[in-house]
Design a protein around this ligand. Structure first.
Ligand SMILES: Nc1nc2c(c(=O)[nH]1)N[C@H]1C(S)=C(S)[C@@H](COP(=O)(O)O)O[C@H]1N2
Ligand SMILES: [Mo]
Length: 264
């Protein structure tokens, strides 16, 4: 006896994926700025498929489609990004205490980097590939910032970071600022990359302190790239190497499906 085959829902696009949930996902990908651009009603699955140049007939092409939607969204976000617009800043009284720790592991597993031996590697499209010791980095022009860090896991917190404007560091190493990306390798298995416009933003700091103290291990010793214009996961801690490139480097969460531009 054969049991009747379950009737195929008309909206099914691929096994396990129906049209509605795919559309919800695609809409989620096209977050705020993009929605403003396309208009909520205008975003249809067919329209998105056309924009991304994908046919969506099986699992693999659905995956390609979704990743293209995400890349399309990156492009729209980058295009809408105003390199001069400043993120809000706050007062000492507004600091979140204690500032939360977050990583893809527990706080006890945060990597211990030896500051004495530490040398920051610099590679790719830069004139000067010399590695930097911490005292050399600490001697760079200093800026302090109290800004809000927003994590996609649903929390935000106001913190105070100190360090050097990243544009200043890029100038010192003779970075090719016409290149597309800056990549970061971290002491844990984390890695990230950002667009050049954000790298040069006046509030993007290479930070060495938290609230006036040497950056503690949990917050990313020896340094964290702090960008108040980007979501938390875009802000790499325990930075070991910085490279300038035109080849898309991806990122720890981006390579698992998060949006790359990650604006906040
Ligand atoms: N090296 C490294 N950097 C990282 C992460 C990580 O796991 N490893 N997590 C990111 C995420 S998701 C967040 S929210 C912030 C948390 O920073 P905090 O511990 O200073 O709050 O670090 C970001 N940078
Ligand atoms: Mo996060």
């Amino acid at each position: 006896m054969t049991s009747p085959k379950p009737r195929r829902k008309e909206t099914t696009i691929a096994p396990g994926i129906d049209r509605e949930s795919l559309l919800i996902d695609a809409r989620r990908e096209l977050d705020m700025p993009a929605r403003r651009l396309f208009g909520k009603q205008l975003v249809s699955l067919g329209g998105l498929a056309m924009l991304t140049g994908c046919s969506i007939s099986d699992n693999k092409s659905v995956e390609t489609f979704l990743s293209r939607v995400s890349r399309l969204n990156d492009g729209v976000q980058a295009w809408l990004y105003d390199p001069n617009r400043l993120a809000p800043t706050y007062t000492h009284a507004e600091l979140t205490r204690p500032f939360p720790f977050n990583a893809f592991y527990g706080v006890e597993d945060a990597p211990e980097v030896d500051g004495e031996d530490f040398r920051l590697k610099v590679s790719g499209l830069v004139a000067d590939k010399r590695a930097w010791s911490l005292p050399e980095l600490y001697a760079l022009p200093h800026a302090e910032q109290i800004t809000r860090h927003i994590c996609v896991e649903g929390w935000s917190a106001i913190g105070r970071w100190g360090g050097t404007p990243f544009s200043e560091f890029l100038k010192r190493v003779g970075a090719d600022t016409s290149a597309k990306y800056i990549g970061f390798k971290c002491a844990d298995d984390y890695y990230e990359s950002i667009d050049m416009a954000t790298a040069l933003h006046p509030q993007t700091l290479l930070t060495f302190t938290y609230d006036g103290e040497t950056l503690p291990t949990k917050y990313g010793f020896p340094m964290k790239l702090r960008m108040p214009t980007k979501l938390g996961y875009k802000n790499p801690k325990h930075v070991m190497e910085i490279f300038v490139t035109n080849t898309f480097p991806g990122g720890y969460w981006v390579d698992q499906g998060y949006n790359w531009f990650g604006g906040s």
